[in-house]
Design a protein around this ligand. Sequence first.
Ligand SMILES: [Zn+2]
Ligand SMILES: [Zn+2]
Length: 267
Amino acid sequence: MWIDTHCHLDAREFDGGGVAVARVAQAAGVSMIVVVAVERGNFDTVASLAHAAPNACYALGIHPICVPQARDEDLAVLRGAVEAALDDPRFVGVGEIGLDFFIPMLCEPAMRDKQERFFREQLRIARDFGLPVLTHVRRSQDQVLKHLRQIRPPGGIAHAFNGSFQQAHNYIDLGFHLGFGGAMTFTRALQIRRLATGLPLEAIVLETDSPDIAPAWIHPGRNSPDQLPRIGAALAALRGVSEDEVRLAAHRASLAAIPRLSRLIGA
Ligand SMILES: [Zn+2]
Ligand SMILES: [Zn+2]
């Protein structure tokens, strides 16, 4: 069975139908979907979605794109919510968090500082509770690596990875896994395809990031987690191995990246 390690099932593109979308994915062979939060306002939504769907779990965090409107007290709320969720088997980590130095508004000096402040405190929360982090890294590979080295959360995933081989190995050395999804299905995505082909298979986890990052066969439509098996097949084709080999390796890598998944699905 396949695992979608990064999904926004509560996104408005799914029109409140996230549970139905998860069931369709289950019928397509997706045994687990990790639903990430983006702001304080959707912590409860992702938690209840994860409980309502047969094959979903959740992470809590504040996404860099939501940092401009976030308040400092949201970090204390997050810490409290994470602590309260530790007994919840459907809760698996801290995310989606990170740094986005692509969107111009987020690159202004004061906003860069605020992003880094929010990112660092969320890394501390993950470290304090021994949880993996699910990170968003856009034009910020080396800055994210710097903060990871300084704060040292136990591990996690650099989602939608698009860096160099050197940076990929820096993440791996920090105990991280690298997330690949729809982007590698485009023939023009040369660097991502080189990475997906050349990195050790045990370092790779699969994701849809739905409703975003639609694979080539849907683009520019709405992505959904039932596409994960076909994305896995695309990785198998790129590497010249069987789909079974990719499925089993990605399953093991997902459990290694997000250890609490093993409470929900067998090894
Ligand atoms: Zn992201
Ligand atoms: Zn995301």
